[in-house]
Design a protein around this ligand. Sequence first.
Ligand code: PLP
Length: 399
Amino acid sequence: MKTLAIAEFQKAIKQSTHEDHRKLKRVSDKMRINVTQPALPPLTEFVKYLEKIWESKWLTNQGPFHQQFEQELADYLGVKHVSLFANGTLALVTALQVLRITGEVITTPYSFVATTHALHWNNIKPVFADIDPVFCNLEPEKIEAAITPKTTAILPVHVYGNPCDVEKIQEIADMYGLKVIYDAAHAFGVKKNGTSILDWGDLSILSFHGTKVFTTMEGGAIISHDENIRKRIGYLKNFGFAGETTVVQPGINAKMNEMQAALGLLQLKEIDKNISNRREIALHYRQGLKDIPGIRLIDDVKGVRHNYPYLPIFVNESEYGRSRDELYDVLKQNHIHGRRYFYPLISHFPIYRGFDSARPSNLPAAEKIASRVICLPIYPYLNVEHVLETVDIIRGFVD
Ligand SMILES: Cc1ncc(COP(=O)(O)O)c(C=O)c1O
C-alpha cells in the first residue's frame, strides 16, 4: 500500500541531508495524484507557433491563429459556427446577452458556480430545478414545473459530459416559447447518434480551462447555428463594435488571444487520442469498482460518444459502511486528490440560498447526489497503477 511508501518517504526526508531532501521531496511531490492534469503538446511544437506570433506581432483581435482555430474547431466538432472566447464564463455571460435574456431562467444547482453567476452578472433571477439522480442533469418535468410568466430561457448543463434529455427540453422550450442555452463546458466532442450534442438548443458554450478535456489554458467558445447571431456574438465579445465607429450594444472584452488559439490548434491534433486514453482509464475504474456495495458509477449511454472528463462515484453511506467524506479524506491521506464536484450545491451559496427555489426540499435529488459524490482522478496519461491503487483503497477501506 502507498500509505507505507509515504510513511517511508516522510521518515527518509526527516533523516536526509539537504540535497537528498530536495530529491526525495521531488519524488513525493510527483506522487500526488490530482483529479486532473492537462495533456500538453511538446513544448518545441508550441515554440514554433510562438515564433510566428513574435514575427507577425499580431497578438489578439482575430489574428491568423484565431481564424484558423475557429475554422478547424468547427470542423472537428461538426458544428456550424464557433466563436472563440477568453474563457467559458465570458462565453456564458455573452450568450445570455446576445439572446437578450431577461427575467427568470431555469437552471441546475448541480454545476460549477459559473453557470449561475453568468445569470447574476446579467441581472437575471436563477430558478433552480431538481436533477435526475442517475445522470445528474436537469429533470425535464422539474423544468416544466418551474416555469412562470417571467421565465425566458432554460440553462441546462451537460454534467460530466453526459447529454441532457435534449429532445424533451426542446419540446418544453417550444411549447412555452423559451430559449435554451446549454452550458456544455464538460461536453467537448460529445456526440449523440452521430451528431454533436452542441447542435441542440439556441446556443451552447464550451470551456477550455486547464481542467477540461480540451484546453487552451483559459478559453471558451459559443456554438451558434445562425449567421446573424454569430455576427452579433462577434460584436459583443469585442466591446460591441460592429464597425470602426459603430457600437451596437454594451459589449465586453472577451476575445481569445493568439497564444491560446495556437495551443488550441496543437491540442486538436491530440484530442482523439486523449479521449480514447480517458476511456481506457474509465474502463479500468469501472472494472475495479464494480460490485462494491454502496459505490455507484455512471455507465455509458448507447449511441453516445462520451468524452470522460470526470470519473464521479456516489457513496451510499449505509451500504458502503463509511461516509463520502471519510472516503474522500482517506484517499487524500493516500495522496489521491479527488474533488467533490459538485458540493456544495450552488443553491447553498449565500448569494443564492435566499431564493425560494433554493430550498433543499425543492431539490431533493441534487441534495442527495451532492452529499455522495467524489470525482476520482482521470486524465489521459494517468498511470493505470494509480487507478488500481485508488480502487484498492476504496475496496480496502471497508474490508
Ligand atoms: C459547468 C461549467 N460551467 C462553466 C465553467 C466556467 O468555465 P471557465 O472556467 O472557462 O470560465 C466551468 C468550468 O470552469 C464549468 O465546469
